[in-house]
Design a protein around this ligand. Structure first.
Ligand code: DGT
Ligand code: MG
Length: 590
């Protein structure tokens, strides 16, 4: 497992593995080109002293004209060289930032992909999308620009300070005495702006979530003619975000005048004290030129600080969110002593005194549930809506773990089996059907892409989907899902059933899979489920007696407990819930 590093920068550094040298070269380059900034004023001061303002200026100009040209040429050359270094540094850091961005994004996606159900109940899609897009970009920006700007500011400031001290320590001290005040203001600014960036980031995620939920739920919005309402709701989020953005940007404006005032004091001090020193003869005219030519180099970093601090806080808020996913660990993982069972499972299922409650729920959903399903048997689960049928079957592939008791598959507690091996043996058709934006063929072969076209067609026939698929203009190549042609609820259910069958599972779980299918088609499906050409234990949640009638066992769940268990005839004889259901449904049919 990953050890959480203390600081965000440490975390970034960790993710720069392989590019650290490249990045260090970039930082070094940044320092170099900033020191090079000093050479031009240095040479100018020499030119001034030797050829323009010095005692022997006129004499030097006539005797050493070649030196004059050389100094000018050096200035031009150094400027050109400096520009080249800046260009290379930008290129280098941009490259590293893109590589790190790619690495973190891949890692995050893997992380999200391997999370358990609880994770998906906790994080909303829009929020997760914000993390892998906007937040990651703030991190990339940190590597490519913010860190460079910080190094640039500091190296420029310190190099200039050192140069100033070398020329005249007293004048340097007078000019730089103003700097601590500016640093203090920047610090105050940071304390103020940091929470705003956090809020800003939250508003951004809220806006994304609103947009995402609206787009994916557009059919419901349209059905209820709530477009106006949704537009207004989104507008609120948008306004909120814009207001927060403005507020954050404005924060600097409150502090900026003070920074600017102090920064502008520097040339003033230089003029005053420097003037006196020239008159005193303490410094030369050339030195004064160097001082005033470089005064921007101490002012500029301080002016930049506001911007840098803003960007740094943006990174800080974003990286917190990214690191939350980066270091999250799913609770449901392979046990360290997990049993290796690469062979096909027999498909025996046993629940031993299983109780279950959702972590965020306040009532137990299942209480002391016990039953056994032998390999190859078909078991139907019935009960009122909300009684816990889906929750029960979710414990077989270990999507959730029982709060008490044990779920066993082939005699092994599911928590002791390897998740991958366990789930490979289970074919599940979930209650809300989701198809991917892919061909029908691709959707059916989703669990095992190696199966042949012939087999795909066979499973489509089993699930009574072959007929309607062949009527489609492009047959199995028809694209379905979000962007593809629409399918009816019953058609989607049948494709989802074919997808579950196509992995030839040892355990087949159908959660209300034929609820939207007509009686006649359902009969066909029931028939083919009995004729499968591979051994398979079937757990079928259903509401219709026609589905459950031929099951080896029927379990009725009421108030979280199994209240009736037996075959159709046995339960009818008991004259309980099932009997009433039979009467109700046959009565309706008549
Ligand atoms: P259905 O599909 O309408 O026939 O109902 P069942 O029997 O499949 O019900 P089930 O297992 O989905 O839900 C049982 C109870 O648990 C019900 O009161 C709703 C609640 N529940 C379901 N899913 C969650 C969840 O993710 N979190 C929490 N806290 N409660 C849930
Ligand atoms: Mg359900």
């Amino acid at each position: 497992m990953n050890q959480k590093p203390k600081h965000k920068i440490g975390w970034l550094w960790e993710n720069m593995k392989g590019y650290r040298v490249l990045y260090a070269v970039g930082i070094l380059g940044t320092i170099v080109y900033n020191i090079m900034q000093l050479t031009v004023p240095f040479i100018s001061s020499k030119i001034v002293d030797l050829f323009l303002a010095g005692e022997k200026a006129a004499e030097n100009l006539s005797l050493h004209r070649d030196l004059f040209y050389k100094l000018v040429a050096a200035m031009v050359l150094l400027t050109f060289l400096r520009t080249t270094v800046v260009y290379l540094v930008c290129l280098d850091m941009e490259k590293v930032s893109q590589k790190v961005l790619y690495r973190i994004r891949t890692y995050l996606f893997d992380k999200i992909e391997t999370q358990d159900m609880r994770f998906y109940n906790t994080f909303r899609t829009g929020d997760l999308m914000t993390r892998v897009t906007g937040d990651l970009d703030a991190i990339r920006h940190m590597i490519a620009w913010v860190l460079r700007a910080i190094i640039e500011s500091f190296s420029l400031f310190f190099a200039t300070a050192v140069y100033f001290f070398c020329m005249d320590w007293l004048l340097a001290l007078c000019v730089l005495a103003i700097a601590p005040f500016i640093f203090l203001i920047i610090r105050l600014f940071r304390d103020k702006v940091a929470p705003r960036h956090k809020q800003l980031r939250e508003k951004h995620a809220q806006m994304n979530t609103a947009a995402q939920e609206n787009i994916s739920g557009n059919r419901v919005v349209k059905a209820f003619a709530r477009e106006e309402y949704e537009i207004q709701k989104f507008d609120e989020c948008n306004k909120d975000y814009a207001r927060m953005n403005e507020k954050t940007a404005m924060t600097w404006l409150t502090y900026f005048p003070y920074v600017e005032t102090f920064a502008n004091l520097m040339p003033l001090v230089l003029l005053l004290v420097g003037g006196i020193f020239i008159i005193n003869g303490r410094i030369t005219m050339g030195e004064y030129v160097a001082f005033s030519g470089l005064i921007w180099a101490v002012q500029q970093p301080m002016r930049m600080m506001g911007n840098i601090m803003n960007e740094f806080q943006r990174f800080s808020a974003a990286s917190e969110k990214v690191m939350e996913i980066y270091y999250s660990e799913p609770a449901i993982v392979d046990a360290p002593d997990a049993i290796d069972r690469p062979e096909r499972f027999a498909g025996r299922i046993e629940f031993k005194h299983v109780s279950f409650q959702y972590e965020d729920g306040n009532l137990p959903v299942l209480r002391d549930v016990s039953f056994v399903i032998e390999p190859g048997q078909t078991v139907a689960i019935m009960g009122e809506t909300g009684c816990g049928k889906t929750s029960l079957i979710n414990m077989i592939p270990r999507f959730y773990e029982p709060t008490a008791g044990e779920v066993l598959v082939d005699g092994y507690n599911v928590s002791k089996l390897k998740l991958r091996q366990l789930r490979k043996n289970i074919g599940l058709a979930t209650q809300d059907v989701l198809l991917f934006s892919d061909t029908i063929d691709g959707n059916i072969a989703y669990g095992d892409s190696s199966i042949s076209q012939k087999e795909v067609e066979k499973f489509a026939k089993y699930s009574a989907a072959a007929a309607f698929i062949s009527k489609m203009p492009e047959g199995y190549e028809t694209i379905v899902g979000e962007r593809g042609v629409g399918l009816s609820g019953g058609q989607k259910q049948r494709i989802s059933l074919a997808r579950a069958l196509a992995v030839k599972p040892a355990i087949l779980i159908l959660d209300d899979t034929t609820s939207a299918v007509d009686m006649e088609t359902e009969k066909q499906i029931q028939h083919s489920l009995q004729e499968l050409d591979f051994p398979c234990t079937k757990v079928i949640i259903a509401q219709r007696i026609s589905t459950t009638k031929s099951a080896d066992k029927i379990l009725v769940i009421q108030d979280g407990r199994i209240t009736e268990a037996g075959t159709h005839d046995e339960l009818v004889a008991q004259k309980g819930y099932y009997y009433n259901l039979v009467r109700l449904q046959t009565g309706e049919e008549e």
